[in-house]
Design a protein around this ligand. Structure first.
Ligand code: SF4
Length: 563
């Protein structure tokens, strides 16, 4: 390994607070891998939670690895060095387990890149007995692990705090019993609810490429994999064990205050996946808040629906009374109230993010957002009143049934909001900016919108341009958006079945050239992305029990057909 690279990563760890470095020797070893850059991974609370959880187990040591920075990539891809862990700078091949924490589908190509850089066999079926066990977990694979099925020995579906301790115990016991890789994986599949070993399941297809069924290869294995969740989140805290000046949200100390959301917005995977709704109480959270304040950071309250927390004001007041400051990622605009806005202002919050999602009531009803134009105006007046001078507004385009006039309604809404903001701020602190953030709607598994297709990316591109053109001359308004071509890939990786693994592998072998990968592999990606699916068909993720009855999701979907 080059001396420069070694020093770079040594310095990175030296600037962290809260990392653990256990002694190698007797302990079983896990390297948790984040399939993106350090600055992103270190702002991911799920990743940090798994790190802390494994290290609390006295039989294991856990270290971290990330996708190398672009300027360092060549050293790894040329094969002169193997990808290594941050803490001990050990090659990934020296670990017993590599556990990928995977929150986003667009990071899937990075998983293959990292396995290659580590010199680990890409496909699970060809992996040798001596190679580490490759395990995957996180939101995107809990929704649908199938596009990654070829590359993982095992997935742990659901919340890590619930399933991971069982897995670690079984792994440790298997060492004592002298299990080989197959014996271990089979026992895991048989004994751990929520574990999924793809090689023990066969997918059968019909002539029209739809799934006929999915069956376990042995009768003792479950037909359905039940994703796991923690019943009482007040028995522990979930916060940032490591802080670093190099994380994306470096000024924050992230603390989870809730899981799940009862609102039922029909596009929202997080809202459905994390059910049932659970809130952490102030008593449980106090030590976490104090840890963050001690590290001189603003407390970032995280959760699926933070603004629905029944004690939100008490949490904020407690933090402020301890001389701390508080931040909330995004707030439901109908939950803003004067005390909350005033507390945010006292915490030096200059920007508040709100999500109207659509420009008119018809589409807001269709997505079941539950807010009105009056809610938007009221929220805005409150923010201006308390001197919040930057407002970020999230809108989606490409929603089911969207027409050109719905796009015009977005620009009309933005103009109305802006004029309202400027008028309301007259005589007070000057209003600074509205940032309109446009994201394309991507259908997600386990939601009532899972049967809808992705809107054609060329249509979406034109609609984005139309919004930009229409608002170009508006002072105080800034428009940002995502790139439609990556939305197509994200939809494919969200909605695909096992066959998509072949495309993913081809894209990797062609150094990220997706058009070439699509030509090389005889699988039609549009079949997954642009097809309006029938509620009768078996979807690739239907073997997972996400905790919601399929008929309930169908009922919600059917309601959208009437909007
Ligand atoms: S979008 Fe927000 S309010 Fe709606 S279900 Fe998701 S988390 Fe809940």
């Amino acid at each position: 390994m080059s001396w420069k690279l070694k020093k770079k990563y040594f310095d990175l760890v030296a600037q962290e607070e809260g990392y653990q470095k256990k002694i190698w020797g007797e302990l079983l070893t896990v390297c948790i891998a984040y399939p993106s850059y350090y600055r992103t991974g270190m702002s991911n609370l799920g990743f940090q939670t798994i790190y802390a959880l494994i290290n609390r187990n006295t039989s294991f040591l856990c270290e971290r690895t990330f996708l190398p920075d672009p300027e360092d990539e060549a050293e790894f891809t040329m094969g002169s060095i193997s990808l290594f862990s941050l803490e001990s700078q050990k090659s990934l091949t020296e670990f017993d387990i590599i556990a990928f924490s995977i929150p986003f589908e667009n990071d899937y190509p990075n998983i293959l890149k990292m396995l290659s850089m580590a010199g680990i066999t890409l496909t699970a079926g060809e992996r040798k007995e001596t190679e580490p066990l490759i395990v995957g977990g996180g939101v995107s694979v809990t929704l649908n692990p199938e596009p990654l099925a070829d590359f993982f020995d095992l997935f742990l579906l659901g919340e890590g705090e619930d399933i991971l301790p069982e897995f670690l115990k079984l792994f440790k016991d298997s060492r004592g019993l002298g299990f080989n890789r197959n014996e271990l994986l089979y026992t895991i599949q048989e004994e751990i609810e929520g574990a999924y070993v793809p090689k023990y399941y066969k997918v059968n297809y019909k002539d029209n490429h739809l799934i006929a069924n999915m069956e376990p290869l042995k009768s003792s294995l479950p037909h359905t994999i039940k994703r796991r969740h923690v019943k009482d989140i007040n028995t522990f805290t979930t916060d940032q064990c490591i802080t670093t000046p190099h994380a994306e949200f470096k000024e924050l100390f992230l603390t989870e205050v809730s899981r799940g959301c009862h609102r039922g917005c029909r596009f929202c995977a997080a809202g459905f996946l994390y059910r049932p709704v659970r809130f952490r109480n102030l008593q449980t959270l106090k030590p976490s808040f104090l840890r963050g304040i001690h590290r001189q950071r603003k407390i970032g309250l995280l959760g699926t629906a933070v603004s629905d927390h029944p004690e939100l004001l008490s949490l904020c007041r407690y933090i402020m009374n301890q001389n701390g400051k508080v931040a909330i990622g995004s707030c439901r605009l109908d939950k803003l109230n004067t005390e909350l806005v005033s507390l945010l202002k006292k915490s030096s919050v200059e920007t508040v993010s709100l999500a109207p999602e659509a420009g008119n009531q018809r589409l807001r009803n269709l997505i079941h957002k539950g807010i009105t134009d009056e809610d938007i105006s009221h929220a805005l007046e409150m923010l201006i009143e308390y001197g919040i001078v930057n407002i970020r507004l999230y809108f989606m385009i490409g929603l089911p049934t969207e027409q050109e006039e719905d796009i015009e309604d977005i620009t009309t809404t933005i103009r109305r909001i802006k004029h309202h903001a400027v008028k309301s701020s007259a005589g007070r602190r000057n209003f600074k900016r509205i940032t309109l953030s446009i994201n394309q709607f991507i259908p997600k598994p386990a939601t009532p919108f899972q049967w809808y297709p992705l809107e054609d990316i060329n249509t979406v591109r034109k609609r984005i341009q139309k919004i930009e053109r229409s608002l170009r001359k508006e002072t105080y308004v800034n428009v940002i958006h995502d790139l439609p071509k990556w939305n197509y890939i994200q939809a494919l990786l969200s909605l695909g079945d096992r066959k998509i693994g072949k495309i993913l592998l081809a894209a990797h072998q062609n150094k990220g050239n997706w058009p070439k990968a699509f030509k090389e592999v005889n699988v039609n990606p549009d079949f997954y992305v642009y097809r309006h699916k029938s509620t009768e068909e078996i979807l690739p993720w239907d073997f997972i029990d996400h905790g919601i009855r399929k008929q309930d999701i169908i009922d919600e979907y059917n309601k959208t057909l009437l909007c």
